[in-house]
Design a protein around this ligand. Structure first.
Ligand SMILES: Cc1cc2nc3c(=O)[nH]c(=O)nc-3n(C[C@H](O)[C@H](O)[C@H](O)COP(=O)(O)OP(=O)(O)OC[C@H]3O[C@@H](n4cnc5c(N)ncnc54)[C@H](O)[C@@H]3O)c2cc1C
Length: 483
C-alpha cells in the first residue's frame, strides 16, 4: 500500500514540475520516502563521549532521542523511564481512526518493539526529581542517578476540568483510559485525543449520520479549550471529516456543525486563518469564537461554555482614556454529537517539581532546549515550555538539537555554536476525505512551505502524504533516530 502511495506522490510531484529528487531534498517529510526507498539517513555524528543519560518518557520524542543517542555515541549509557506498553503509538493517526479511515490497530505500536539496542527501559513512572543531586525516584522506589536528563513526558488530558462529566483523573493519549470511558465515547460524546476514544468517535459519528439519514435535524458541536494543546489542528480536522462523512451519506443538509474555540482565530498564522475561514464558509461549517467549554450534561446532552469578550470600560481621569473590561457569560447549547478537545496540562509530578514551572511546562530556552535553571537538563516534545510546537513534526526537529547539544556538553564544547531549533511546526490540516492543507510555519508566524506550492491550498498530494508516508516516517525514520 505504501509503495503504491509513494508512486502516486512521485507522479503528482512530476505533474507539478517538481522532480522527486528536488522534492525530497527540500522537503524533510518527503525525505522519508527517499529514506525508505534508498536506505539514506540524515547525518549522525560519531562521538566517544561518555555520560549517563536519563530520558523521562518513552513516547515519540523520548524514544526518538534515545535512538539518536545510540546512533551517535560509541558507548551509549541510556535509560528511559516509561510506564506505558503502547507509548510509541502513532497518535496523529487517531484523527483518521475517528473518521473510520483507519482502524485503531493501525496506529498502535508496542513500546517494546521500538527500544533502541543498548537502551534500558524502566517500566515505571518518574515521581520525584532532585536536579541539584542529579537523581530521579521512580514509582517502584528506585533512585536513578544521571549526568544528563531529557524530559519528554508529553501532556495529560484533563477531562476532569470539565464539570458534569464525573471524571476525577487525568489520562494520557495511549495509556489507561478507564477514568474517562464511562462517559466519553458514548451517547454522542467523543474525543479522538486518546486511542480508544478515536475508535469510539467513529462509532458515535456513524450514529449521528444515521440520525441525519432518518430525517432528524441534528447538531454537531466541536470544542477547543483554553490551554495549549497538542496538534492545534485536530479539533478542526475531525469537524472537516464529520462534514465529509455527512456529505458522502447525502445528508449534510440535516446537520448543523458548529465550532466553539476558546480563542478568537482559526490559526495563529494569518494566511492559514484566512484560508480556514474561507473553507469553513464554503462547507457551511459554522464557528463561534471565545467560547471555552466548562460543563457538560451528558443526560440532557447540553454543553455549557464560558463566552468571554472585551469591551470599552469607564473613562479613566488619570490616564485620560477608556479602560478595557473583561466580560463573560455562560452559554448552554444542545448537541447530538460533540467532539471534546480536553484541556491539556503537564503531568503533576513534573509540573510541581523543581524542574517544572508555574504553568507546569518544563521551562527551557526555546532555541537550545536547555533547562533555564539546570544546564544538564533538556526538554522536548509536548511538555517543553516553548511557544507553539506541540506536534510530532516539531519533535522531529527538536530531538536532533537536544542530542547534538548534550553530546557537545559531554565533549566539553559550546552548545551556542550548534544549530538551533527555529520553531518549525507542521500541521497537515485534513479538510476532507482526499484533501489536506499542509500548514508549515515557525516562530516568524509566517507560512514556511518546504515545497514551492501555495501552502494555503487544499491538495490531494498532501492527503497521500498524510495517509501513506507520515506513519512510516515516524516508525522507520524518527523512532530509529535518523529522520
Ligand atoms: C488526535 C491527535 C492528532 C495529532 N495529529 C498530529 C499531526 O497531524 N501532526 C503532528 O506532527 N502531530 C500530531 N499530534 C501530536 C503528536 O502526536 C505529539 O506531539 C507527539 O506524540 C509528542 O510526543 P511526546 O513524546 O512529547 O509525547 P507522547 O508521545 O505523548 O509521549 C509522552 C510519554 O511520557 C510518558 N510519561 C508521562 N509521565 C511520565 C512520568 N512521570 N514518568 C515517565 N514517563 C512519563 C507517557 O506515558 C508517554 O508515553 C497529534 C496528537 C493527537 C492526540
Amino acid at each position: 500500500m505504501m509503495k503504491e502511495g509513494m508512486e502516486l506522490i512521485d507522479a503528482h510531484f512530476k505533474n507539478e514540475g517538481i522532480s522527486r529528487r528536488d522534492a525530497m531534498k527540500i522537503f524533510g517529510v518527503g525525505g522519508t520516502a527517499a529514506l525508505m526507498a534508498s536506505g539514506a539517513t540524515t547525518e549522525v555524528r560519531a562521538s566517544a563521549a561518555k555520560g549517563k543519560i536519563l530520558i523521562i518518557g518513552g513516547g515519540l520524542a523520548g524514544m526518538s532521542t534515545a535512538a539518536r543517542f545510540t546512533n551517535t555515541l560509541d558507548n551509549p549509557d541510556i535509560t528511559v523511564i516509561e510506564p506505558g506498553d503502547l507509548a510509541t503509538s502513532y497518535q496523529p493517526g487517531q484523527t483518521l481512526v475517528g473518521a473510520g479511515i483507519w482502524e485503531k490497530e493501525d496506529v498502535m505500536y508496542k513500546t517494546e518493539n521500538f527500544i533502541p539496542s543498548g537502551t534500558t527501559v524502566i517500566k515505571e513512572k518518574a515521581v520525584e526529581f532532585d536536579p541539584k543531586n542529579n537523581t530521579v525516584k521512580t514509582s517502584g522506589g528506585k533512585t536513578i542517578k544521571y549526568d544528563y536528563m531529557v524530559v519528554a513526558a508529553g501532556v495529560k488530558l484533563a477531562f476532569d476540568k470539565i464539570e458534569g462529566l464525573g471524571i476525577s483523573e487525568t489520562i494520557t493519549s495511549t495509556g489507561d483510559h478507564s477514568a474517562v470511558s464511562k462517559v466519553i465515547g458514548k451517547n454522542g460524546l467523543t474525543s479522538i485525543y486518546y486511542q480508544q476514544g478515536s475508535a469510539d468517535t467513529w462509532t458515535e459519528m456513524q450514529k449521528f449520520i444515521a440520525d441525519a439519514k432518518s430525517g432528524k435535524k441534528v447538531k454537531g458541536v466541536f470544542t477547543h479549550p483554553n490551554t495549549p494543546i497538542k496538534c492545534g489542528g485536530a479539533p478542526k480536522k475531525i469537524m472537516y471529516l464529520t462534514d465529509a462523512r455527512l456529505r458522502e451519506a447525502g445528508v449534510r443538509d440535516n446537520a448543523e456543525l458548529m465550532f466553539y474555540p476558546n480563542g478568537s482565530k482559526m490559526f495563529g498564522v494569518k494566511e492559514y486563518h484566512n484560508a480556514i475561514e474561507k473553507q469553513f464558509g464554503e462547507r457551511d461549517m459554522k464557528w463561534n469564537y471565545r467560547h471555552n467549554l466548562i460543563a457538560v450534561d451528558p443526560k440532557a446532552k447540553t454543553a455549557t461554555f464560558n463566552r468571554h469578550w472585551k469591551q470599552k470600560g469607564e473613562w479613566d481621569e488619570d490616564l485620560e482614556e477608556y479602560g478595557i473590561e473583561l466580560k463573560s457569560k455562560e452559554v448552554t447549547v444542545p448537541y447530538d454529537f460533540m467532539h471534546i478537545t480536553p484541556p491539556m496540562v503537564a503531568t503533576e509530578e513534573i509540573a510541581s517539581s523543581p524542574i517544572g514551572s508555574g504553568k507546569g511546562w518544563v521551562p527551557v530556552d526555546k532555541e537550545t532546549l536547555q533547562h533555564v535553571k539546570f544546564p544538564n537538563v533538556f526538554s522536548l516534545g509536548d511538555i517543553a515550555g516553548i511557544p507553539m510546537g506541540k506536534t510530532g513534526g516539531s519533535a522531529r526537529k527538536q530531538y536532533k538539537v537536544v542530542v547534538d547539544n548534550i553530546v557537545t556538553l559531554m565533549e566539553g564544547g559550546d552548545i551556542n555554536k550548534n544549530p538551533k531549533y527555529a520553531g518549525y511546526t507542521v500541521c497537515p490540516l485534513i479538510t476532507s476525505i482526499g484533501t489536506v492543507m499542509l500548514a508549515e510555519f515557525n516562530w516568524t508566524k509566517k507560512p514556511t512551505p518546504m515545497v514551492p506550492l501555495d501552502p494555503t491550498q487544499e491538495r490531494w498530494i498532501w492527503w497521500l502524504l498524510k495517509v501513506y508516508a507520515l506513519k512510516p516516517m515516524t516508525q522507520f525514520g524518527m523512532l530509529s533516530g535518523r529522520a
